[in-house]
Each structure stands twice: as C-alpha cells, then as structure tokens.
Design a protein around this ligand. Sequence first.
Ligand SMILES: [Zn+2]
Length: 198
Amino acid sequence: MTPAFEKLQKHLKQLPGLGYRSSERIALHLLVEKPVQLAALVNALQEAAGAVRRCVRCGNIAEAELCAICADERRDQSVVCVVEHVPDLVAIERSGAYRGVYHVLHGKLSPMHGVGPEDLNVSALERRLDDGTVSELILALSNDVEGEATCHYLTERLTAGRAVKVTRIGFGIPSGGGVLYADSVTLKSALDARRNYL
Ligand SMILES: [Zn+2]
C-alpha cells in the first residue's frame, strides 16, 4: 500500500462501525475501482459539513436554527422525549406513536468512559424547562446501568423547584437494550406504558 492510501484508510477506520478490512475495501473502492464516486463524495461531505448542525433547542440535526420537529407547530411542545442519540429519535419517529418533541443528550453518563454531565446536552434541556412550557419529560434512555444513572441524574437536576412530570419508558424494551434496536410496535407500547419516574 502507499502512504496516502494508508492515511485515508486510517481515517476511515476511525469511523463508527468500520474495522480494518472494511476501511481497506472502501479506500480501494474510492481510489482505484470507482474513482468517479470520490469527487461526489468529497462534495457531499463538504456540503453537509457546511449545512448540517445541531438544533439549538433540542440537539437534533438541523439545517436552520431549529430542526424540522422543533419548528413544527403541530407537535406538542409540552412533552419532551429525552434520547441518547439522533438515531433513537429517528426510531421513535418511525414508529409514528409520538407527537411531542425531543431532546438529544448525545450520550449518557459513563464514568468508565470519562463522560460526565458537562459532556452531555443537559444545560440546553435545563433552559427549555425554565420557561414553563414543558409539562412532561419522557426518559427514553437505554435500559442499562449507565442509562439508569443518567435518568437519576437528570431527574435530580431538572425537577428541583420545577413542576415537571418525569416518566420513563421501559415496557418491552429488552434489558440492556436501547430505543434504536426496538421495533415500531415495541416502541409504541413502551411509550404508551411509560411510568412515573421519581
Ligand atoms: Zn430541534
């Protein structure tokens, strides 16, 4: 292999879900087998990097200040479903069972991996609660020790002195699993069967 090839492969390997073999295959594909696709990919990356950002309110991906969900007046802005990552939000949207809005934490508390509250999108959630429009927070975090610890932390930090109801989905979500891996029917029953969390 050549130095430039190896450099590209090294960067590809750092992407989620790509190991040594798949990054090698992609690098070969782009540089040698289908170089015509490379220019289009570089363009798309540059365009997306310039256009896509975090919604200032909820942390979902957006191309304006607010994402399409926050900007949609038909959504119930008084119910906020808190998720770890954008794909969790997408999974819940796909279930069609939810008409409220979201808040994306971009992770969960994990002392083992050095993730503390300051690394999560919590301050923005706190600000959302301050204007009094939010009446319920639905915690749709994973069903594991870190997800549970994050739920506890959020509840303690966010409910003090505020009249906000906190619920947690759980029914039907496999232990140790998350929203992303649940099918639409399971997600709908998980949302319907949410229980008070305090
Ligand atoms: Zn948003």
